[in-house]
Design a protein around this ligand. Structure first.
Ligand SMILES: C[S@@+](CC[C@H](N)C(=O)[O-])C[C@H]1O[C@@H](n2cnc3c(N)ncnc32)[C@H](O)[C@@H]1O
Length: 259
């Protein structure tokens, strides 16, 4: 569809103010699909490529506070997984899961459950197709894609790891955060492309570098070590500072230090 037609459609559908916001959002040099990533080629998937929310039909009050789809690089995800305790006792949730890349990368590990939450039905449909193709590689026994606003999502019980690639604005994150801090169980929040550090000011920082911060935001059952190796709590499943990268595979991941 031409840009002029898109603007016309948006004007009719969303009104002037919303259309102006969406126009500014869509002025982005890197917004179109690019060549498939190695991850996509390896598994025959389609997770690459930026998608602007203005190009999608989303019925959600948080629509204007959402950020475009862009996938987490596998190398970043693998590096973070190497820092975490063994996955078996945790559920994993990706907030704003888009085409499902993070969900699939998590599903390569034996998490108790892996859930992707995405408010675009179009992106969720792409993720579902990817998941079907990916099934033979899945090691988690419970992998699900939920098409819903993250604000309305009910987190699974028990120890939890949340992945957040800057999917939405601070107001929305604050609402999700309010729910997470009330959890009784251990809750680890991984924020890639971290912006709103102030929301987490009361939380233990478990790891931090220029792109990523990991906080423990709820629960009393586990204590992890900080980025310089200093213990944050007294029972210490250790997360230590990264010593370089290292691509993990589904079967041969080498964690730097674990429980
Ligand atoms: C930067 S992408 C992250 C994609 C994926 N999590 C990853 O790391 O590869 C942000 C995604 O969040 C979704 N999103 C934005 N606001 C949302 C909300 N309130 N609820 C659910 N999904 C949302 C967008 O549609 C987009 O797919």
């Amino acid at each position: 569809m031409s840009i002029v037609r898109k603007i016309g459609r948006s004007f009719r559908r969303d009104g002037l103010w919303r259309t102006l916001i969406l126009c500014t959002r869509n002025i982005h040099p890197a917004k179109r699909d690019v060549a498939p990533s190695d991850f996509d080629i390896r598994f025959g998937l389609h997770t690459e490529g930026r998608v602007e929310l203005g190009d999608l039909k989303i019925d959600s009050p948080s629509y204007l506070r959402g950020n475009a789809y862009a996938p987490t690089p596998p190398s970043v995800f693998d590096r973070m997984m190497m820092l975490l305790p063994a996955p078996e006792k945790y559920s994993f949730v990706d907030l704003g899961s888009g085409k499902g890349r993070v969900v699939l990368m998590a599903a390569l590990r034996p998490f108790k459950a892996v859930v992707g939450v995405e408010f675009s039905s179009e992106l969720s449909a792409v993720a579902e197709t990817n998941l079907v193709k990916f099934r033979p590689h899945v090691r988690s026994s419970d992998v699900r894609l939920v098409c819903n606003d993250a604000v309305l999502f009910n987190f699974p019980p028990g120890p939890l790891i949340v992945w957040f690639y800057h999917s939405f604005a601070k107001e929305v994150l604050a609402r999700v955060f309010e729910r997470l801090i009330q959890r009784q169980h251990e809750t680890i929040f991984i924020y890639y492309n971290a912006h709103y550090h102030e929301l987490f000011s009361e939380c233990d920082v478990l790891y931090s570098d220029k792109d990523i911060c990991i906080w423990k935001i709820a629960g009393t059952q586990s204590h992890l070590s900080s980025s310089n190796g200093t213990e944050v709590g007294d029972k210490v499943p250790a997360i230590t500072r990264l010593a370089g990268g290292g691509a993990a595979t589904e079967k041969h991941e080498t964690r730097k230090e674990i429980l």
